[in-house]
Design a protein around this ligand. Sequence first.
Ligand SMILES: CC(C)(COP(=O)(O)OP(=O)(O)OC[C@H]1O[C@@H](n2cnc3c(N)ncnc32)[C@H](O)[C@@H]1OP(=O)(O)O)[C@@H](O)C(=O)NCCC(=O)NCCS
Length: 201
Amino acid sequence: MTTEIALRPFAAAPRAPYPAHLVEQTGLADGTPVTIRPIRAGDLPLERAFVVRLSPHTRYQRLLSGRKLLPGELRRLTDIDYARELALIALARHQGRDHMLGVARYVREDSAEQASCDFAIVIADRWQGRGLGEVLLRRLLRAARADGIGVVGGITLSTNAAMIALARKLGFRAVREPGNASVTELRWQAGDLPPERILHS
Ligand SMILES: CC(C)(COP(=O)(O)OP(=O)(O)OC[C@H]1O[C@@H](n2cnc3c(N)ncnc32)[C@H](O)[C@@H]1OP(=O)(O)O)[C@@H](O)C(=O)NCCC(=O)NCCS
């Protein structure tokens, strides 16, 4: 769940179709209607507007560094190959326009031994702590499981209490990285998810 996701080159294989079955209208516990859907190449302006508004703290937690995403990386994050990656975005409608509130993504890292992926998630600052991270990550895990992925993994800063608590809530194991206590490894063995709170729809 780091910059490697942003830096991976374009895959040469033919593109899989848009996973339209993952489009969903839902809502947060406070009643805010939210659309969740896989990202598409045309979302570049939405993604750019989302990223530039992230606070330095949130950006640091997401990238594990203070750097900014380059234009090519933003394109790479929106124009994805659905055969091996997925990015679910959350949108809210305000004054006739869609606004991106958050994104959760995975990239497959299959090996000869197991089907696995690396995940990342970031929620816009003013939308954090309102249940959206859980809504997005649940749906990402369900999609990964349905795609035959057995293990979802990632790393986060050991000081990132929110990410570690969210991950544990959804059944991840969180273990300090050997030799680098500032980083915590998160690992979800595909299985059942705890029941979801009833959401507005
Ligand atoms: C980490 C992050 C994804 C969590 O998403 P969120 O929308 O803020 O979290 P939610 O409101 O969905 O909370 C879900 C659960 O996470 C935990 N949680 C969320 N915020 C928390 C906080 N500040 N402290 C402790 N636990 C917290 C709780 O278990 C919560 O469940 P509860 O409401 O039943 O107690 C979000 O805060 C974020 O984008 N942070 C910056 C980027 C980042 O850290 N990304 C992680 C990649 S390294």
